[in-house]
Structures are given as C-alpha cells and as structure tokens.
Design a protein around this ligand. Sequence first.
Ligand SMILES: CC(C)(COP(=O)(O)OP(=O)(O)OC[C@H]1O[C@@H](n2cnc3c(N)ncnc32)[C@H](O)[C@@H]1OP(=O)(O)O)[C@@H](O)C(=O)NCCC(=O)NCCS
Length: 149
Amino acid sequence: MSLHFTQATSTDLDAIVRLDSSAFEFPWSRADFEGSLKIGHSFLLLKDDETLLGVAVSMQIFDEAELLTIAVDPSYQGQGYGKLLLNELLARLARNGAQRLFLEVRVSNTRAHSLYLGAGFEEISRRKGYYPTRDGREDAIVMEKLLSI
Ligand SMILES: CC(C)(COP(=O)(O)OP(=O)(O)OC[C@H]1O[C@@H](n2cnc3c(N)ncnc32)[C@H](O)[C@@H]1OP(=O)(O)O)[C@@H](O)C(=O)NCCC(=O)NCCS
C-alpha cells in the first residue's frame, strides 16, 4: 500500500471518468473532464500504487479558488480518503497563494456537507434550484473557507 498524490495527465482520464460515474448520480462527461484538463484546471489525484482512490478538480484565479468536483471511489469511501484529499488540496492552494476557496454542494448531500463543515467551510449563500434531480431541481449551498499557510 503506497498512498500518494499526483496531478493528472490525459492518461488518467479513463480512470477519472469511471470513478466519477460510479460516485455521482449526475456525473461529468468525458468531454467535461477533457475540457477541464485542457484549460488548465488542477486535477489532484489520490492513488494507492496505481489504483485511483479519489480526484479533486479545482481552479484558481489570483487569490480565489473554486473546488469544481471532488469524489472518492465508492469502494473506498468512509475511510478518511476524502478528508485526506481535501486537506492536501487546501494546503497546496494556500502554498500557491490562494486566500479563499469556494464550493457548491447539494442540500441533500449530507456526507459532503459534513466533510466541508469539518474542514472549516462556512455557508455563505444558497442558489435556488441550481442542481437537477430525478424529479425536479434542488438548491446548492455555497460555502467558503479562508486559507492560510
Ligand atoms: C463526499 C466524499 C468525497 C467524502 O469522501 P470519503 O472518503 O467518503 O469521506 P471520509 O471518510 O474522508 O470522511 C470525511 C468526513 O465526511 C463525513 N462523512 C463520511 N461518511 C459519512 C456518512 N456516512 N454520513 C455522514 N457524513 C459522513 C464526515 O464528516 C467525515 O468526517 P469524520 O470522519 O471526521 O466524521 C465521498 O463520499 C464521495 O465521493 N461522495 C460522492 C461524490 C460527492 O458527493 N462529492 C461531493 C460533491 S460536492
């Protein structure tokens, strides 16, 4: 078992798309990930040897960053890997000069919401009907965390 963090390259795309599709009811498409990688978003991967455990995609503009998506492979959820990945991302963004990180989370996603509260994020607003659901729309909670080195 050798846990490590790496930045994704295009050779990781298949594994990322597979992981995301198994973790989300409304996953990103392969084209979404390809486009995101191409325009220079940061793809932080958590791997155990060559096995992909988790992925966090973020973008930074000057001192503000946004977490675009984060997921852990369902077979490995609930073992602390999400927290590990998020904490590593927070440290890397802070070292890279980011002063705040924003994210959006579905109101129904209590697991992710607890992860973010535990990491020190605070709710700053809501976006009404932001996400699709199987039978309508649901709100997004917008959260922010101030980063320091
Ligand atoms: C959200 C996600 C990334 C968390 O990763 P994980 O590896 O399962 O989480 P961890 O084991 O590191 O747990 C971190 C925190 O999440 C929360 N959590 C984990 N499992 C939980 C559960 N079953 N119920 C409620 N909260 C839970 C807890 O706050 C936990 O912290 P604690 O252990 O100090 O209590 C992961 O569950 C996932 O990929 N979910 C599907 C995709 C998704 O919803 N992404 C977020 C989009 S905004």
